[in-house]
Design a protein around this ligand. Structure first.
Ligand SMILES: NC(=O)c1ccc[n+]([C@@H]2O[C@H](COP(=O)([O-])OP(=O)(O)OC[C@H]3O[C@@H](n4cnc5c(N)ncnc54)[C@H](OP(=O)(O)O)[C@@H]3O)[C@@H](O)[C@H]2O)c1
Length: 334
C-alpha cells in the first residue's frame, strides 16, 4: 500500500466501544496505517486489504498505546472504509524524453494514480498514446486550464529546447550555434511557463509539485546560459525559487547530464550546490530521473527538498532501491 488518502474508521464491535461514535481521519503510509482522532488516540495498524469498487474495507489489527484497553471490550474487529481516492497527477512535457518515461512509469501504477499528461500537439498525443492526454502550450496559460483542473500532484518536465542553427559543418571544425524559436525562449518556457504551471497547480489545490531542473544553476557563467543567449539556467533557477516559496509542498530535482540508458541499474547520488559537477559522477539516465520523480510522490522524505541528482557508473556502487533513504540524505530546502 503506497498512497495517501483520507479514511474513516469505525468499530464493528459492541456498541459500548468508545470508538464507535468517532470518525478519526488519518493518512495512509506505506504498508502501515496511522490514524488520529482526539488526542487520546494514536495507533499504528497493520493492514490486510480487500477491495470493492469505490471503497476499500480493510480489517486491521490495532493497538492503542495511549488508550485505556479495559474500555475497548470486544473491539477486536475494526473496519476502515477508505475512499479509493487516487492521486490525480499531471506530467507536463509528457512527450519529452524524460517526461514520456515518467508518464509510462505512472501508467503502470494505475491503482495509485489517475494519470494525465500535457503535450503540445496532436502528433505528440498520438505518439505517446494512452488516456488522459491534454494538449496545451505552457507559454499560453489559457490552454492549460482543463489539464490542471482537479489535479492533486504535478510533475514538471517541460523545458525550452535549443535548436542548432542550420549550416553547421562539423568537418570544418568550430562550434555549432543554437537558437530558440520565437516565444519559446527559456524566459518564456522555463520561467513564465513554469510559473504559470505552479500558479494553476496552486489554484487546483495540489499537494505536491515535482520540478525537474538542472545542475549548474549556481554559476551564472555556466556555458549553458550562453546557448542561444537564452540564460536557461538562470530562468530555471528563478522558477525553482518561485516554487520553493509558493507554500506548496515541492521536490526540486536538479539533474546532471542526462543519458539515454536503462534506469534502475545504478547507485544514484544526491548532492547540493553543484558540488557533483566538480566530480566524475555528474550524469544519470533519464529513466532514473523519471523514477526519482515518481518516488518523490510516494515519499514524505522528498517533500520541501531541493537537490542535485547524478549517478555512479553502471557496475560501480550499490544500485539504489531504497528511495526513503535516498531522499533522507537531502537536508536542503533550496
Ligand atoms: N539534457 C540534459 O542533459 C539535461 C541535464 C540536466 C537537466 N535537464 C533537464 O531535465 C528535464 C528533462 O530533459 P529532457 O531532455 O528529457 O527533456 P526534453 O526531451 O527536451 O523535453 C522537454 C519537453 O518540454 C516540452 N515543452 C517545451 N516547450 C513547451 C511549451 N511551450 N509548452 C508545452 N510543452 C513544452 C517539449 O514538448 P515537445 O515534445 O512538443 O517538444 C518536451 O516534451 C528538462 O527540464 C531539462 O532541462 C536536461
Amino acid at each position: 500500500m503506497a498512497r495517501a488518502g483520507a479514511f474513516y474508521i469505525g468499530a464493528t464491535c459492541s456498541s459500548s466501544s468508545p470508538l464507535l461514535n468517532q470518525s478519526p481521519v488519518g493518512s495512509l503510509c506505506r504498508s502501515q496505517l496511522k490514524f488520529y482522532s482526539s488526542s487520546t488516540l494514536s495507533a499504528t495498524c497493520s493492514l490486510r486489504s480487500s477491495s470493492s469498487t469505490f471503497w476499500k474495507f480493510d480489517e486491521v489489527s490495532v493497538s492503542f498505546p495511549k488508550f485505556d484497553h479495559r474500555k475497548l471490550q470486544s473491539t477486536s474487529r475494526i473496519v476502515v472504509a477508505m475512499a479509493a481516492d487516487k492521486t490525480t497527477v499531471l506530467v507536463t512535457g509528457a512527450s519529452g524524453r524524460t517526461g514520456s518515461i515518467a508518464f509510462k512509469k505512472l501508467e503502470k501504477r494505475a491503482d495509485e494514480f489517475a494519470l494525465r499528461g500535457l503535450v503540445r500537439s496532436e502528433e505528440s498525443k498520438a505518439k505517446l498514446g494512452g488516456d488522459g492526454i491534454y494538449i496545451g502550450d505552457i507559454t499560453k496559460p489559457e490552454t492549460l486550464k482543463e489539464a490542471f483542473s482537479g489535479i492533486n500532484a504535478l510533475i514538471i518536465l517541460t523545458s525550452a529546447v535549443p535548436k542548432m542553427k542550420p549550416g553547421f559543418d562539423p568537418s570544418k571544425g568550430g562550434r555549432p550555434e543554437f537558437y530558440y524559436e520565437d516565444g519559446q525562449y527559456p524566459e518564456q518556457v522555463d520561467w513564465l511557463g513554469q510559473k504559470a504551471q505552479i500558479d494553476l497547480a496552486k489554484e487546483a489545490g495540489v499537494k505536491q509539485i515535482v520540478l525537474v531542473g538542472s545542475m549548474g544553476g549556481t554559476d551564472e557563467n555556466n556555458p549553458l546560459n550562453s546557448l542561444g543567449d537564452g540564460k536557461i539556467l538562470i530562468w530555471k533557477r528563478k522558477s525553482e525559487k518561485y516554487l520553493s516559496e509558493s507554500g506548496i509542498p515541492y521536490t526540486i530535482v536538479r539533474a546532471g547530464g542526462l543519458l539515454d540508458k536503462d534506469g534502475g541499474q545504478r547507485e544514484l547520488l544526491l548532492g547540493k550546490d553543484d558540488s557533483l559537477l566538480k566530480t566524475e559522477t555528474k550524469s544519470l539516465p533519464r529513466a532514473d530521473v523519471a523514477e526519482i520523480c515518481v518516488q518523490a510522490l510516494l515519499h514524505q522524505e522528498a517533500k520541501n527538498k531541493a537537490f542535485d541528482a547524478a549517478s555512479k557508473p553502471e557496475g560501480e556502487g550499490t544500485i539504489t532501491t531504497d528511495f526513503k533513504a535516498y531522499f533522507s540524505q537531502c537536508t536542503s530546502t533550496f
